[in-house]
Design a protein around this ligand. Structure first.
Ligand code: R5P
Length: 289
């Protein structure tokens, strides 16, 4: 087995290769004069792990090209971050189900797909090959443990992330809750933990994605008004669009961290361990057949 990654997942693919003790295949990435993408992979093997986060249109095309370059091999596709997954239904007439379109396109010629904390697991039904979603909640829990906070309170910004927050908090046996939003007037909302008080607590807000940072910035401001001692933000996928990192820091958040599903300067924990585990489990199961 060998591992190969797109440009957006260079570091993570190398970490996965190290963790499964496989060779990483070097790839030359460039562009044709008209802007079309080109790549040339080194020697592939008959079993390939292809790793590529879809963070924009170029990374999506690059992933399709890389899968094609591995034609003839048995392919396990790792989609650490699946862009377009949030458009998982038609919200208005005439819209595509973008998550379905992307899932179908990337899974055509692969044998299995692995996703990481996908926004909604029902998206997995759109892949043509068997797909499994895994969680890096444990790695986030380990990171929080390393922060040595006194009695932290782990909070989800909404009930959609509540299960995930419980998974993270379970790692250290920390208190956990989620924020409830109350509309005060037409343009004013208030957010507060559903059951627990944030007063004098070190709060870690955890979510699957930080995109514009709007959700967490609002939550952090409210929590500080409610007497939180300090607020941290931790997510799986640091999309961090449109100046989100600075916006969160400006909102008073002490530290903003994410995993390496999207490789950022604030990537502080890796998805490589859980991804390697599932790849190795697959190998063991195949070996038993
Ligand atoms: C939404 O359902 C997701 O779990 C995140 O809460 C959301 O994508 C965050 O977006 P933003 O950072 O733009 O507020």
């Amino acid at each position: 087995m060998k591992v190969i990654g797109t440009e957006s997942s260079q570091i993570l693919s190398s970490r996965i290769a190290d963790a499964v003790r496989a060779e990483i295949v070097g790839v030359k990435f460039s562009k044709f004069p008209d802007g079309e993408l080109y790549l040339r992979a080194g020697a592939i093997s008959d079993e390939m792990v292809v790793v590529g986060s879809i963070i924009d249109s170029d990374s999506f095309v690059q992933l399709l090209l890389l899968i094609d370059a591995c034609e003839g091999s048995e392919i396990q596709l790792v989609l650490p971050y699946m862009g377009y997954a949030r458009q998982d239904k038609k919200f208005h007439d005439g819209e595509p189900v973008s998550a379905r379109a992307v899932a179908r396109a990337v899974s055509q010629n692969v044998n299995r797909t692995i996703t990481v904390n996908i926004h909604d697991p029902s998206v997995l039904l759109n892949f043509s090959a068997p797909a499994k979603n895994i969680s890096v909640a444990g790695a986030i829990g380990d990171h929080i443990a390393g922060m040595a906070l006194k009695d932290p309170l782990v909070l989800a910004p909404d009930d959609g992330a509540a299960l995930f927050a419980h998974e993270v908090a379970g790692k250290g046996g920390w208190d956990c809750d989620h924020l409830d939003k109350t509309r005060i007037s037409g343009d004013e909302v208030s957010m507060a933990p559903r059951k627990l008080s944030a007063e004098n607590r070190s709060v870690v807000i955890v979510d699957d994605i930080i995109s514009t940072g709007g959700t967490i910035a609002t939550a952090a401001s409210m929590l500080m008004q409610q007497g939180a001692r300090e607020v941290y933000a931790a997510c799986v996928h640091g999309v961090l669009s449109g100046g989100a990192f600075a916006r969160l820091k400006a909102a008073g958040i002490r530290e903003v961290v994410c995993s390496d599903t999207i490789e950022r300067g604030c990537s502080r924990y890796s998805a490589a361990g859980v991804i390697a585990g599932i790849i190795q489990d697959g190998k063991r199961t195949a070996g038993r057949r």
